[in-house]
Design a protein around this ligand. Sequence first.
Ligand SMILES: Nc1ncnc2c1ncn2[C@@H]1O[C@H](COP(=O)(O)OP(=O)(O)OP(=O)(O)O)[C@@H](O)[C@H]1O
Length: 247
Amino acid sequence: MTLLQASGLSKTYGQGRLRVEALHEVSLSIESGEAVALMGPSGCGKSTLLSLLGLTLPATSGELVVNGALAPARERHRARLRNAFFGYLHQEFAIVEDDSVANNVTIPLEYARPRISRRQRRERARRALNDVGLEWALHRKASELSGGERQRVAIARALTNEPHVVIADEPTAALDVATAREIVTLLLSMREQGTSILMATHDPRVADRCDRLIGMEDGHLAPDDAEMSLTETGLGPTREPSGPSIG
Ligand SMILES: Nc1ncnc2c1ncn2[C@@H]1O[C@H](COP(=O)(O)OP(=O)(O)OP(=O)(O)O)[C@@H](O)[C@H]1O
C-alpha cells in the first residue's frame, strides 16, 4: 500500500539574489512497512525533501498524496495530519531537556483528536518507553540521560501516536557506532507494525540496512539510484564498509 506519493515536488527558498532552488521536481513513493534511506552530498536537498514529505514545510509546486488523499493546504489540517500520521526524529533529538522523560514522550498525544486522557497518555508513554528499554527513565529529567538514551526517548515519542511514517533526519549523526547500531535496529523494528521509515543519512552502513536507497544530488533524485549516488558522493560501495559495521 502506498503511504506517500510525491509528484514533481519543488521547493525554492528566498527571493531575488537570495533565491535557492533546493528541490526540483522530485517524484517518489513510499510503501507501507518499508525503510528507505536518502543519501547524497551536503546541501543536495535531503532535509528539504523530508520536510516536504512530512508536511513541516509547504512545497513551492508539485503534488503530495498522503494515504490516498491530496495533502491539505491549510495549516490547521496539515497539523492534524502531522500528528495522526507522522513521527519525527532529528539528529539533535529535539528533546525538552528540562522536562521529564514522560512529558517528552507524551507531547504528540497532547494534540491528538479525539483527546486522550492524562492517564491514558501516561500509560502510552510507559508502553513506548518499555518498547525502547527505558521504562526505568519515566520520571527522570531528559537532561540526565546520555545521547543514545535521549534518542531512544525521541523514538518512544515518535512511537506513542503509532505513526504510519517516521521521518528521520540523520538520527544517528550524533551517536557513536555501537549506539547508532542499536538505534537503527530499534527504528527498523517499527516496520513490523507496518510503519515506514524514511531516513536521511550520511552513513552508508546505516543506509545498507534499509530496504531501499534513494540517492540525491543537487536538488534531484540521482538518475540511477544508489550506486551512482554513493560513488559520486565518495561514500563508496556499501557492501564492504571500511569502519566498524552498523549491521
Ligand atoms: N531556510 C532556508 N533558507 C534558504 N536556503 C535554505 C534553507 N534551508 C535550506 N536551504 C538551502 O537549500 C539547499 C538544500 O538544503 P538541505 O538542508 O535540504 O540539504 P541537505 O542535503 O539536507 O544538507 P545536509 O546533508 O548538509 O544536512 C542548500 O543549498 C541550503 O543552503
